[in-house]
Ligand binder design. Sequence first.
Ligand SMILES: [Zn+2]
Length: 345
Amino acid sequence: MKAAYFSKHGKIDEISIGEVDDLSISPNEVLIETRFAALNHLDIFVINGWPGLNIKKPHVIGADGSGIVKEVGSQVTTIDVGEEVTINPGISCGKCEFCLSGRQVFCKNFSIIGEHGWGTFAEYFKIPEINVLKVPKMFPLDKAAAAPLTFLTAYRMLKTQANVKQGDYVFIHGAGGGISTAAIQIAKYFGAKVIATTSTPEKIAKAIDIGADHVLNYNEMKDYTKYVYKELTERHGIDIVIDSIGKATFQNSIRLLRPGGQLITCGATTGPFTKLNIANLFWKHLEIKGTSMGTQGEFREVMKLVFERKLNPIIDKIFPFNQTGEAETYLNSGNQFGKVLLNFF
Ligand SMILES: [Zn+2]
């Protein structure tokens, strides 16, 4: 089958498009003919590699995808050949105490498709039956591929980790990113007041269009924390900060919080190390919570809202699959608003 793969770690230009071995499925797995796949920063991290990441090469990247079921394993009972499906990219053992109690994200064997095993940037991909979700008729497969990783992550951040409530002030950095476009909508769905940052007037308009109440241009307003405190929250401060940026934003995230506020982090696209004034944490009774992906239950809850069109996966651009390298370079530029996709037909 044709796939986007790399044979050694390095930069985005290590991506090749070409033939790799066909897949064979286990009794509990489903083989899917890919229609759309969505890019994530994870793809680039996997190509770069990190200490301890030990994967066989060639390696097929890609964590999000939708398509048509081509084949099902002998033990599969809930999915049929020919059905349109999308997937939960988070794979766990299904047998440990955490999996059995519905907390799959704590499983020691938790992984994301395309991270350790082969991913979705191929003509076909395979995944356990429990990770496959039927897409309702009339719901487009491009949006079904765009939603899972980012909506699942943002949903767990806001609902489970932060327990967002009606009227909360939620601050979201970098409104154009996949996590952020999901988080803006999810926060609004739960009745929060959303303040976001981004870099251009065009992105400000788009962020307001999907529900943000106030959007600041961080290039024009370097020190926005006082303005947010005094003007936008009328000296209340932010209840919940959603941070997937890391080094570049973390200190402002801490400054923005009201006493007792929560910083929820799910990523560090600008780098993982930062200085932290511990006194700010204890004097202000702050909570910092990490999170990554979500549980099978959270996946089904958030995708139900997506399928009911209460949440709308924003697609910035769709590249043909043979331009995966160009698509990853575009994602890495940060110029997009929403998801970058590949199509396979
Ligand atoms: Zn487990």
